[in-house]
Design a protein around this ligand. Structure first.
Ligand SMILES: [Zn+2]
Ligand SMILES: [Zn+2]
Length: 262
């Protein structure tokens, strides 16, 4: 086994994903209470001193709301790009936290895991998604993007497992009581990915990549439904008839997902 990936929580009320290798563990984003993170790590049997760092996608509160508290509490370094670092200054000020600034497109290693940050289209100042690999096995963690770019395709085609956004159902969003400005933000090219676009991407990745397992993530509570996402994914698989089984799951909003083993 070279990597184990678990979502501790996923969605607009807070995100944190755990990526574990035999050498160490890292966290992707931190929008959960330190207590929630600690409970999750305990459930996974991960000791705090195994955490090698926190890598950050972008500055929205559901991804960095507790970054300073958690990085300070666990005494671990934070990895983020310069744009996101500038936006997170207030959350980190006054705490002794080691900050490591990466450049999008440049790989680095944390806890024995190769981390590849790449740009995605979202309304953060410089939002990234990540590919993580250990040996020949690779997982992509990609949420918070408004459309699928060539770079996203290219990066995710190399992955065996995915934590992938399927944010909203277009009709549910349009029918919702949200104000038009927010609807436009979500629907926009730098907003979030809807179920239809997610399934189109999944179809491409199954046809041309090596996908074995997908954990759909960052579902909108009001404008989506886990059952609907699973139905759409199963329909996609039924149409494509992949030669080997592809495991599917939905990352719960507040609790642990099933651990993906790579
Ligand atoms: Zn988000
Ligand atoms: Zn965001």
């Amino acid at each position: 086994m070279s990597l184990q990936v678990t979502s501790l929580a996923s969605g607009s009320s807070g995100n944190c994903t755990v990526v574990r290798s035999p050498q160490g563990t890292l966290l992707v984003d931190c929008g959960l209470a330190l207590k929630h993170v600690r409970t999750g790590l305990e459930e996974l049997g991960i000791a705090e001193d195994q955490i090698a760092g926190i890598v950050v996608t972008h500055e929205h509160a559901d991804h960095v709301g507790t970054l300073g508290i958690v990085a300070g509490g666990l005494k671990v370094p934070v990895y983020l790009n310069a744009g996101t670092a500038a936006m997170c200054k207030k959350r980190l000020v006054g705490r002794e936290i080691e900050l490591n600034v990466f450049q999008n497109g440049n790989a680095f290693e944390v806890g024995g895991i190769l981390v590849e940050p790449f740009s995605i289209p979202h309304d953060g100042v410089d939002t990234v998604a990540f590919c993580f690999s250990s040996g020949q096995r690779r997982v992509g963690v990609a949420t918070d993007f408004g459309h699928v770019t060539q770079l996203v395709r290219q990066k995710l085609l190399q992955c065996h497992s995915l934590v992938l956004e399927s944010n909203y159902d277009r009709k549910k969003l349009l029918d919702s009581s949200r104000d038009w400005k927010l609807k436009q933000r979500i629907l926009g090219q730098h907003g979030h990915l809807d179920n239809v676009d997610t399934m189109k991407l999944v179809a491409e990745l199954i046809q041309h990549g090596h996908i074995e397992e997908i954990c759909f993530a960052h579902l909108s509570e009001e404008c989506n439904d886990p059952g609907l996402v699973l139905d759409l994914a199963q329909q996609t698989l039924a149409t494509l008839k992949p030669s080997s089984e592809i495991k599917l799951q939905i990352a719960p909003r507040q609790s642990l997902s099933r651990t993906m083993l790579l």
